[in-house]
Design a protein around this ligand. Structure first.
Ligand code: DC
Length: 229
């Protein structure tokens, strides 16, 4: 059967990764969570104290880029690949609010983007891949056969994210989560290098009032139509 590239972009907490994982499982494709890669680089910078609430020593991070090894290792039990930073499983640590607070700044650094985009293009070169992020349809795979652009209101996204974080045992306030989401939306869509925007030919999906099942079925049928064409 023909293999295609599926690029899913959109604002944070629009459920991109949930849909992408389901699609990859159903189609037996590779799933690449590019946000996890930016988060892992951010965690590295935090641990080295290259970034904190007062400072961001961009040059030091850029100098270290060739020392940062990112790999995805498939976890049979969970059914998806987890993020490893220099051989350490950081899947849980990269999802904290602290990392979320700094990640947009790190993701705005052109040298960081250049390195990660190169790795992502390598991972998806054989097709049969579902990749989610902010610049997949615009920069990483502009020729992807299926491009999606996911949106939902900031309040709906904040509620979803807030519940997720509470379930994981993080002590957060709803207002804090909403602020983080609005902040990231702003930085991600206003940065100079590869700002978040709908790619040419991308299909917009507003899931503010759409359930997971409905979204999944709609997107799967779009993918199958292209695969079977
Ligand atoms: O999808 P996420 O929330 O885990 O992504 C974390 C951050 O990384 C997000 O604020 C923007 C950035 N990002 C990016 O700039 N480009 C990508 N392809 C993926 C994520």
């Amino acid at each position: 059967m023909k293999k295609i590239t599926i690029a899913i972009d959109g604002f944070s907490s629009t459920g991109k990764s949930t849909i992408a994982k389901q699609l990859a499982r159903e189609l037996e494709y590779i799933y690449v969570d590019t946000g996890a890669m930016y988060r892992a680089v951010t965690l590295y910078a935090m641990r080295k104290n290259y970034i904190n609430t007062d400072n961001f020593f961009v040059n030091q991070l850029v100098e270290d880029l060739d020392k940062i090894e990112l790999t995805f290792v498939y976890n049979e039990k969970e059914g998806y690949a987890e993020m490893y930073l220099n051989g350490e499983n950081v899947e849980k640590e990269i999802r904290t609010m602290e990392v979320s607070d700094f990640v947009s700044k790190v993701a705005a650094v052109p040298e960081v983007r250049y390195q990660l985009v190169k790795q992502q293009q390598k991972m998806g070169k054989g097709k049969g891949v579902v990749m989610d992020g902010r610049d997949i349809g615009t920069v990483v795979f502009p020729k992807a056969e299926l491009k999606l652009f996911m949106t939902a209101s900031p309040e709906k996204r904040a509620i979803r994210r807030y519940k997720e974080l509470l379930d994981k045992g993080e002590k957060v306030k709803y207002e804090e989560v909403l602020r983080n989401i609005q902040n990231r939306d702003y930085i991600d869509s206003h940065r100079e290098d590869s700002p978040l925007k709908k790619a040419e030919g991308a299909i917009p999906i507003d899931n503010s009032d759409m359930g997971l099942k409905e979204q999944f079925e709609r997107i799967l049928s779009l993918a199958k139509r292209i695969i079977n064409a």
